[in-house]
Design a protein around this ligand. Structure first.
Ligand SMILES: Nc1ncnc2c1ncn2[C@@H]1O[C@H](COP(=O)(O)OP(=O)(O)OP(=O)(O)O)[C@@H](O)[C@H]1O
Length: 281
């Protein structure tokens, strides 16, 4: 069980995350939604301590994660893996070595520096790649892969950490729809088969609805919705995304599009349909 109590992160002029309390049972798949700047990344980054909370607590199996330091913090980061929108692979290294870097958390400093991996670790890494349908690329240089393939390798790297929690910060925001589906399917498989809790920041509401057991909605750093997808009404979704009542609101719209463009300039579904009709004629 991951338990967050009154978690707050303040920057100079504002709270990015404001007094959030939540309990997440092991094995849940949770989607975090909200418009751009709502605090989604800051919340995830606090969970694996890439950012330190200003106040509040994060408990996992009764340990206060917000207070860990040194070796204990390193161990926590091993059990709380993270994947990012930009994949964060080392492009000039081969895929297998990239995946094996996920094992460095389990090594001492010396063997980490020498990148010494045992035969069983290599086999484990290949198995992780195989689960993601990527074993055939093991010896390929990482920067020759497509974005979707890179994200699958990044997930394999997270898997070899043998995490209890997987944090995914906009894992499909840079991918085309087909690759986005492959990556989300992979996250759900890992969640269901391995019992790993998945917390994913998702920039479209329809993805969160399709894949998640539970949706958490943030608005200006404040928790404004917490429940199963079927409880998230259109009105609530509009409120979370700050969409105005008169405009067409599509669940496939991205949080960035909703936050970045003045309402009058945003494309409605009707505009998009008209555009595709025109391109086809
Ligand atoms: N290091 C920082 N220093 C100052 N302000 C920051 C910092 N990191 C985030 N913020 C601010 O905190 C707020 C929340 O940012 P955050 O990146 O968590 O939002 P988000 O919901 O993940 O947005 P996006 O979807 O665009 O990534 C924003 O107003 C952002 O500008």
């Amino acid at each position: 069980m991951l338990k967050i109590e009154h978690l707050t992160k303040s920057f100079a002029t504002r709270n990015a995350v404001s007094d959030i309390s939540l309990s997440i049972p092991q094995g849940q798949m949770v989607g975090i939604i909200g418009r751009s700047g709502a605090g989604k990344s800051t919340l995830l980054r606090m969970l694996n301590r890439l950012a330190d909370p200003t106040s509040g607590s994060i408990y996992f199996e009764n340990r206060d994660i917000a207070k860990l330091s040194g070796k204990a913090l390193y161990e926590w980061r091993a059990s709380c893996a993270m994947v990012f929108q930009q994949f964060n692979l080392v492009g000039r290294l081969d895929v297998l070595t990239n995946v094996l870097t996920g094992r460095l958390y389990h090594h001492g400093i010396m063997s980490s520096m020498l990148q010494m991996f045992s035969a069983s670790e290599r086999a484990f890494a290949i198995k992780a790649l195989d689960r993601l349908g990527m074993a055939h690329t093991a010896l390929q240089q990482a920067d020759t892969l497509s974005g979707g393939q890179m994200q699958r390798v990044a997930i394999a790297r997270a898997l070899v950490q043998q995490p209890k929690i997987l944090l995914a910060d906009e894992p499909i925001a840079s991918l085309d729809p087909l690759n986005a589906k492959i990556v989300m399917d992979a996250l759900r498989t890992i969640n269901r088969e391995d019992g790993i809790t998945v917390l994913a920041n998702l920039h479209t509401l329809d993805t969160a609805r399709t894949y998640c057991d539970r949706i958490i909605g943030l608005q200006d750093g404040v928790l404004v919705f917490d429940g199963p997808p079927e409880k998230l009404t259109l009105e609530m979704a509009r409120e979370i995304y700050g969409a105005e009542a008169e405009e067409a609101f599509s669940e496939g719209m991205t949080s960035t599009a909703l936050a970045g463009v003045p309402a009058k300039e945003r494309l409605t579904e009707r505009d998009l349909q008209r555009h595709s009709d025109m391109s086809m004629s």
